[in-house]
Design a protein around this ligand. Structure first.
Ligand code: AMP
Length: 286
């Protein structure tokens, strides 16, 4: 496994594998099993794998969140190395900000409804930052396939939209959410939580599972109310949003009849740490 910091070194490595499938896994580091599951899939499906570790400043709308984002690159590299037995056809790309953005850039994208709801609404400019960094990485790497977690479900939809808009010949692969044993979705931000807070945060998924059982018998409104009421029983959790939407458009629904693919989304704060999660309530005929 090779570790490089510059685009020149990265492209030099890739040039020795011309015409072979390249899998790309973008990350912001503080790696956990969720990230490793993406890398594992990329190894299985490609000849070469690029893993980037880059805390992208343009996708942070909150300065404190950017400053407090966990960073421990040496540990990350050791984890990848150990997990994949020093896999030879892999390069870990650790650019600095100047390498990714040699010239100041400020782009804004139209992702349709995806630019307006949930994460887009509560993190203004976030998906513009995601678009900017991925456009840059895609242009450096030219991957055959790129891997993203369903944990960031809206981001995955945005990336699919971006690839279509830019007419990129890249297959965007969605990967299932990896969870702690207590159900908490793995996240780099979990590192900022104390043990007790992790247990409190595990209720998020427990409540999502509860409403999964309710959707057939109760109205959309009632299910929403039940979830919000459940979150309120855990004083440490501060709800930012909860939405029940069509899984393709991410438009909110009022009636189950409106969609055959329904996903519930939640964002909460716990002691200033922002966590997101989602659950597919049902998916029919697909
Ligand atoms: P991040 O480092 O948070 O930017 O995440 C890098 C990639 O890993 C994104 O595509 C995330 O959706 C994915 N990811 C993060 N957490 C998980 C998880 N618990 N399960 C699956 N994928 C994840």
């Amino acid at each position: 496994m090779l570790v490089v910091k510059t685009v020149v070194e990265l492209q030099q490595f890739l040039s020795s594998f011309k015409h072979q499938p390249v899998g790309f896994v973008p990350t912001m580091g503080a790696l956990h099993q969720g990230h490793l599951s993406l890398i594992e899939k990329a190894i299985a499906e490609n000849d070469i794998v690029v893993v980037s570790i880059f805390v992208n400043p343009t996708q942070f709308n909150n300065k404190e969140d950017l400053e407090k984002y966990p960073r421990h690159t040496e540990k990350d590299i050791a984890l990848i190395n150990d997990s994949f037995n020093n896999y030879q056809n892999m390069v870990v790309f650790l650019p600095d900000v100047k390498e990714v953005y040699p010239h100041p850039v400020k782009k804004s994208y139209d992702f349709g409804n995806l630019s307006l709801v949930m994460e887009a609404q509560h993190r203004p400019g976030h998906f513009d930052g995601v678009g900017m960094v991925l456009e840059r990485f895609f242009e450096m790497i030219h991957p055959t396939k790129a891997y993203f977690g369903e944990k960031d479900f809206q981001q995955l939809a945005v990336v699919r939209n971006l690839a279509k808009q830019l007419k990129l010949n890249i297959e965007i692969i969605g990967c299932p959410i990896i969870r702690e044993i207590n159900g908490l979705a793995m996240s780099s931000r979990n590192e900022r939580l104390k043990l007790e807070q992790k247990e409190q945060a595990a209720n998020i998924y427990r409540f999502l599972q509860e409403i999964q059982h309710q959707h057939k018998s109760l109205s959309v409104d009632k299910v929403k109310q039940n979830f919000i009421a459940a979150i309120k029983t855990i004083p440490a959790l501060e709800l930012e949003y909860f939405e029940i939407t069509d899984g393709n458009t991410l438009l909110s629904i009022n009636d189950w009849e409106e969609t055959s693919y329904c996903v519930a989304f939640v964002a909460v704060f716990i002691d200033g740490v922002r966590l997101i999660d989602n659950i597919t309530l049902y998916r029919e005929n697909v």
